[in-house]
Ligand binder design. Structure first.
Ligand code: CMP
Length: 139
């Protein structure tokens, strides 16, 4: 089915001017960027976005990192977009990521891993609504 998923190009990647190279990976995989914006999250906004991880030991570091510099948030649309995006990103830990994936090529560490992508249909819907209004989604 045609799906939409939320993607974030993280501060370690925007800082190194990798926005275009990462977006090209999504487009080359057949995903269409139907919304895109560069924003600088406040710690409160980053904390809210990652609230599901609030009891994990890495939460504080994650929130601080995500609010440290700008990010680019995008909505990707296409056939099986949620799974396809996760394939293109590669494993969370770049040490385990397959050849050719974004995290294998660009990620610096488990925390500074260049991209975030929604993990399921319900979270994709919530995460898209967190950043975008319906009017901003242009299919
Ligand atoms: P992301 O897909 O954005 O979702 C949560 C993030 O927490 C994850 O990618 C990692 O960048 C980050 N993180 C940092 N440490 C860990 C860890 N030990 N386990 C899982 N995620 C971690």
């Amino acid at each position: 089915a045609i799906e939409r998923t939320l993607s974030i190009i993280k501060p370690d990647a925007t800082r190194r001017n990798l926005t275009g190279k990462i977006a090209a990976k999504f487009e080359d995989a057949g995903l269409r960027i139907v919304a895109s914006k560069r924003i600088h999250l406040s710690p409160a906004q980053a904390g809210k976005f990652y609230e599901v991880h609030k009891d994990r030991p890495f939460y504080g570091e994650l929130v601080e990192f995500m609010a440290s510099e700008p990010v680019v948030v995008q909505v990707l649309e296409g056939e099986n977009a949620i799974a396809k995006n996760r394939e293109v990103m590669g494993a969370t830990n770049p040490a385990n990521a397959d050849e050719g994936t974004i995290r294998k090529e660009f990620a610096l560490s488990m925390g500074e891993n260049s991209v975030h992508g929604s993990d399921a249909a319900d979270t994709a819907k919530e995460e898209i609504a967190f950043f975008f209004s319906g009017l901003e989604l242009v299919g």
